[in-house]
Write a protein that binds this ligand. Sequence first.
Ligand code: ADP
Length: 174
Amino acid sequence: MRVAVYPGSFDPITLGHLNIMERAASMVDRLIVGVLNNQAKTPLFDTSERVAMIEEAARSLPNVTAQPFEGLTIDFARRNGAQFIVRGLRAITDFEYELQLAQTNRIMAPEIDTIFFTTELKYAYLSSSTVKEVACFGGEIEYFLPPSVAARVYEKYPTQENMKRIAEASHEQN
Ligand code: ADP
């Protein structure tokens, strides 16, 4: 059984993350998305909200689950019997950091391999922090996120524009 973990902050999950999940899930029997509970950072969404958003967005991928974790990724991988760690690469700037992480993990856990997926070009610019910045100033974020996630981000930044979007969405639903 091939098992991979995909660790990250996912604050919140974007279409770039989802694309990596789809591609990784097609290569393994189980993909476990690990949502990092980092005490040093104050996230926009708490861990359980981030897990719930991932599970909702990945509903059509039956072999994908999400769970919170703390501490080292290799410990999380070992606990779940994973042989692979999945990470995504957008640009050269990601590469240096990711390579350092992968090499460090490889020394500590030689039985676990890191697999990198290069981003789909249309998501190469996309990050959770950019999305939050756009939403914070009342910009439209539906292009970047699964629809259910966009609504939750608008709720976190109740600008006039965002409140209008929430009202319109609930009007369309009824
Ligand atoms: P972290 O805080 O660990 O970087 P992120 O949630 O920002 O967590 O990202 C998790 C992983 O997904 C990282 O490997 C990151 O490079 C990758 N990733 C983030 N956004 C994208 C994207 N748009 N396309 C491809 N990979 C991405």
